[in-house]
Design a protein around this ligand. Sequence first.
Ligand code: NAX
Length: 325
Amino acid sequence: MIKIAITGAAGQIGYSLLFRLASGEVFGPKVKVKLHLLELPDALKAAEGLAMELEDCAFPTLAGVECFDQAEDAFSGVNWALLVGSKPRGPGMERSDLIRANAPIFVRQGKALARAASNVRIAVVGNPCNTNALIAQHHCKDIPATRFSAMTMLDENRGKALLAKKLGLQVEEVSNLIVWGNHSPTMYPDFENALVGGKPVEQICKDRKWLETEYLTQVQQRGTAIINARGKSSAASAASACIDHIRRFNEPTPTGECFSAAVASNGEHYGIPKGLIFSFPLRTLANGTYEIVPNMPVSAFAREKLKITADELLKEREFVQDQLL
Ligand code: NAX
């Protein structure tokens, strides 16, 4: 049985995510899952309604659903903690305000993760997800830093889909599209190392200018484009990316492939300062751990982009210095 805690369960992402977790889609038909839904006290009733709907699906893989309004109870004994809930960005709010507003949530949840199972994995989705993951990890010294990640899979999926559409191909023909850095507009979707039908993208797409400008901007600004069109932020695609994120950490990565997720830099790869939660190319190994893929070619163009996004994360770390004591 796998126990999964989901924070912000009654939010829009939760509504798309929970049914897929319960249905056996992620861990297979033979593994039972038990869901712990964490919400703010005001949203607990909505979480309870969601629990009723989950039960009504009669999924054979769903062993039970419990609702909580205290992180310490919700995280007790869990094997996965999906930290989705956070305060939304209000009108006129700068990113720095959002970071400071959310920091205390992740201080508390980081401490509460001490109650989780010893093999727990933590995936942070709530924004600003890299820095929130940094804070939670800092406050949970009992769990190795390698068990924390922040989600950049939605950016990878967006990057693959946009490239496939431009080239008139099926999305599964695009692989190894690594998104480096922060889940923010400074992220770098690395078209130089991406493959299309096993070949470097630039052998198929000769329009380097489009790749360097329009393509990068479209991936970086896709979240905003969706808000502008839908009037709400991405939810089903974020939930779907969360499913992909869990799967990628749960299953060995096929030879020659890699995926994007933000994890703690050990200071040994690509010049990224130690401790930053930075999105790298990763591979999950047969023993369930992951490695940062070493020695991926990084051109002068890419190096500049990596520096911009790393500098932004250093600044974010500065903003929350007082939460990292
Ligand atoms: P919603 O506002 O619909 O839901 C958030 C839920 O979190 C609410 O139900 C709220 O009551 C709950 N919540 C707030 N603080 C909490 C706390 N301390 N403990 C427990 N629950 C708490 O947002 P939704 O659209 O579901 O998005 C959730 C988060 O995902 C946001 O921060 C959003 O910015 C972020 N996203 C991250 C993405 C990524 O790729 N990493 C993409 C999608 C999304 O924008």
